[in-house]
Each structure stands twice: as structure tokens, then as C-alpha cells.
Design a protein around this ligand. Sequence first.
Ligand code: BYC
Length: 326
Amino acid sequence: MYSQGLTDAKGQEEPADLLAEFQAKIDREEKIEPRDWMPMAYRKTLIRQMSQHAHSEIVGQLPEGNWITRAPTLNRKMILLAKVQDEAGHGLYIYSATETLGVSRDQLTDELLTGKAKYSSIFNYPTPSWADMGAIGWLVDGAAIMNQVPLCRCSYGPYARSMVRICKEESFHQRQGYEIMTVLARGTQAQKDMAQRALNRTWWPSLMMFGPSDKNSTHSAQSMKWKIKRFSNDELRQKFIDATVPQAEHLGLTIPDPDLKWNEETGHYDHGEINWDELFQVIKGNGPCNKERLQARIDAHENGEWVREAAQTYQQKQNNQHNEAA
Ligand code: BYC
């Protein structure tokens, strides 16, 4: 979608002194702000990652929205509704932060709806039981926190600042998911089985949220040099596994990986091979729910046309009144 090279918008080579000063600023841990000079490739990388992140928050409402009307109690409904609304808010903060890079919200929306832009693979899986709400909160929001806490120190100021509040909310989401799993794991055998099946479904796709292995990650090296990313995909995935295995043990549930075992020497859990072909298939649009998710966003956009028109007409009236009064 966005090409990457150290040339500016007109294809001219960028001045070496500006590039050197830019990198020095990053190395001094100073934030880059919207009006500062930045290499075109840095801008493009941010637009790519931030817009994909915002799209993920928006599409991420769908698997959980599926359960709002069916949550088992009024309290559970209210909590889930609040969580899904938080995700909408996260999408909006990150879209706004992305707009500071000179791209319009309409353009970003268009790229999502035409299938040009990616969003996280995890949201292309189905959520057939209530326990999936627990597994998503615990694992998906848990993985999101692991990935996003370092983004609070991202070199681009607006992205880093938007992450601070998002991480606080994600932390609440992770706890609500773990609490759902705790209740089910301590319930009847049927409830425990339901929780185990949700863990079986969600475990491997959660590990894929961190992206391809480092050797196949096209952007990591440059993004780490620019301090957009602070840790590699594999490092964050390992941190997540190490933090999550004891939580599963506490629940009395089994992580669906026969090769998972503590390695005394490395001080980390060794894990089984991830099915990378599955990740790339889902990214390409061939996951179990890709078509359904995209269609839901297209429908929402088309059904919201009248709201956008009404808002524009209202704004026009306000402008006219203001001009008449002046
Ligand atoms: N799914 O070079 P790499 C949430 C793509 S929202 C799809 O390693 P990078 C939540 C990647 O884009 C969670 N695509 O890339 C919401 C690249 O393709 P392009 C979303 C993936 O950017 C609601 C190519 O593969 N979080 O938590 O250095 C409810 C090569 O990858 C995936 C964020 O977006 C994937 N899993 O690293 C609950 C966090 N992985 O662009 C929860 C911000 C890789 O060249 N993003 N790709 O065509 C990031 O931290 C980074 O973008 C990633 C990937 C770690 C995801």
C-alpha cells in the first residue's frame, strides 16, 4: 500500500543532514511531533501501522458485539457493551493520531472498505460461545497490552500519547476476560469444558497477533531503529507466553500445545511450532470470517450515510449563520 524508501514525496533523495539529525533526535529519546521534519518512509510506516491498528480496534468490535444481546446477565451485558464502546473509542483516538500525519479519515476508511488496508488477523475468527468473550478478554486483550505498552514509548508523540489511555482500558478488558474464565473454570464440568474449548480456539491465533517470526518480519528492523517498535515480534510473543502460562495453570485449563515446557536454562517457556501458513492465509483474506467482517463494515458505512449527510448539512447551516452574523 505504501512504498518505503529514503526519498521524499517527489522521489528526490532526502538530505543526509536532515536524516542524520532526525535519527539523532530519536536516539536522544525526543518525540517526533506532527510539524517536525521526518523522512517520508517514517511517515509512511506510521500511517501503515497506525491505520491498521485503528482498523483493528473498529473491526475488533464485531466478534464481541455478537454477544452483547446474549450475555448471560444484565451486568455482563453492561460490562461487554462498555468494553466494545471502549474499542470504538480506541479506533477514534488512533484515527485522529494518524490524521496528524497528513492523511484523511475518509482515505483511511476507504482503504479498509476496499480491502486495501490490513487489520489484525485475530478478528477473522468466530466466537461461537460465551466463553469466547472470556478468552478474547484474557488472551486477545492480554496480547494487545503486551504489544501496546511499549508503544506508549513510541518515537511519534501523538501515537505514544494515544496509547497511554488505551493501555489503561485494555488492562481492564484483560481482567474482565480473565474473570469470565475464572467463573467458568470453577463452574460445572460443562462450563469448564466450554472455557477449555474457547482457550483451544483462541491460543494460537493470539500468538499470531504479534506478527510473523522475526526472520520473516519485513518492517521490524527499520521500525526498531526508528523506535516505533521497542521489541521484536518474537520477543513480545515470548513475553506473552511466559506471562500467560501461569494464568492458565491457575485456572486449571490446559494450553493446547503439547510442546510447551519450561526451559530452566533460558528462563522462558519453549513452545510448539506456529502455523505460519494459517497466519498468511488469514492476512490474505482467507480466514474463517474475513468476508463477513468486511461486509459488516461496508454495511455500517452505507447505513451511516444519512448521519454523515445530516452532520454536514448541520455544519453548513452553522457556517451560514456565522457568516450572516459577521
Ligand atoms: N494481522 O513486518 P511485520 C486490539 C502484516 S487491536 C494482520 O512484522 P510490523 C483489540 C504487517 O502489517 C490489535 N496483519 O509488520 C481490539 C505487514 O504487512 P504490510 C491490533 C499482520 O508492522 C479490539 C506484514 O504482515 N494491534 O488489540 O512491523 C478488541 C509483515 O509484518 C499481522 C496493533 O495493530 C497480523 N497479526 O509488525 C480487543 C498494534 N502481523 O503492512 C483487542 C500495532 C503482521 O507490509 N501494530 N501483519 O502490508 C504493531 O505492533 C505491528 O504492526 C505488528 C506487525 C506487530 C502487528
